[in-house]
Every structure is written in structure tokens, then in C-alpha cells.
Design a protein. Sequence first.
Length: 124
Amino acid sequence: MDLLGILHLSLLCFPLVLLLIYSVIKFKLNRKIALLILFLYYLVPITWSINENECPLTNMEKMDPKKEAIRARFPSAPFLPLHFDTQLSSIFKFLGVKYNDNNMSRVIVGWNVLDFLIILWFCM
């Protein structure tokens, strides 16, 4: 995974990592700081709307010609399959869910809802 992929993954997992750190350290997060984090985190979907409903980081990764096969299979949500294709196919197979673009989009929406709920919990 290259530097751009690591940045992308860190943005994707930030709320979950914040929750895990909180569960170990039990720090107190100021409400204003939590709201600022929530605002900054949700600038990502705003950049999507500015960029014709596409993730700018994913668009940067689309420039790599070696990853054309994954992008063809997952045109609307290529980031996770680009970097975690083997793991995701195993998880989908274990759950008995078809590994396709539509179900990958559902996973991403579910992940975003989970992230939002985690950050909302910190804001309360």
C-alpha cells in the first residue's frame, strides 16, 4: 500500500481508532474539539459533492494502470477492493453475500453511518 492509500485508510478508520484509544485510555474529549473533529471529518463528503460525487483520493489512485481490473469490477467504490480484495472476498463469502459493486457500496454506507455514530457519541 502506498502513501496515498495509507492516508485514505487513516481517514476511513479515524473514528474507529479514536473509539479504540478512548476505550483504553478513557480520555475526556472537549465537546468543542469533538464538534471540530466531526466537522473536519465530514468535509470528506463535501469534497465528494464538489468533485462530481467521487472521492478525490480514489480518483488519484485511479491513475495507476495496474489496478484497472479492480476498478472495472467496482466502479463506484474501488478503494477497499483495491487494497483489501482478498480479505473482502473471504469475508463476503463467509457471510454468504455476493461480492459485487452494489454490496460494496452498502458496506461503505454502513461504515460511514458507524463513523458518524462514533463521532456523535463523542460530541454528547
